[in-house]
Design a protein. Sequence first.
Length: 272
Amino acid sequence: MSKKQILLINDMAGYGKVATAAMLPILSYLGHPVYNLPTALVSNTLDYGKFKILETTDYIKDVFPVWKELGFHFDAIATGFIVSERQAKIVADYCREQASLGTAIFVDPIMGDEGKLYNGVTAATINSMREMISVADLIFPNYTEACYLTSGKYNAEGVSFGEAKRLLDDLRLIGTKSALITSIVVDGTPSVAGYNHVTDKYFSLPYTEIPVHFPGTGDIFSAILIGHLLDGELLIPSTQKAMDGVYKLIDLNKDNKDKNRGIPLEKYLGIL
């Protein structure tokens, strides 16, 4: 089977295995040619509390016409951290154009976790992510992000499967075809809830939670998921493989002293 070319539109951290630095090695290991376009250059993972971000919107605006003139085309595009509404409009327009040529669009609306937005994320960021979702084939926000995107109420105790389905429907109303919600407690169990537009089916996949935090695990989940989907695998088994991969990596690294830099993937790609 020929491997699919994928473009990552995400930030690049100088210190830490997150975003592009986490996704690129995994997708490459899975055999897919990977290209990247940074939405921002970030000094280090935000978990350190102090950081510097350089936005690259003007660079992105100038890159797309060059790529169009050169005839570059990608089988898939995966977007992550979007810095501004202006950047979101430019990226979304490009994704919409590429989608008309058959490109699959995957969107991870990175904004927050555990009921709170990340440092520097504003109402404008939420609007930017809604713009990205409007062009997506598949999105995978965590529960916090799903609530902010839909103006829904965050419940730390979790939701019923029926409530998860309604939240998925609210995300679909923004424009995505299929959707996953990660890190959501469904009927008392940590789960990934989803809707597959191909089968018109809802589902919930439970997992065992390891009580430690690493930045970048969402990016790892995205990369494993997308890698298997691009190989032609179905959504539910691809999601399960992504969940299993993240669990193994967290379990192997749960005793690391400096968790803020993420998981050192180079040592562990062979387990994916």
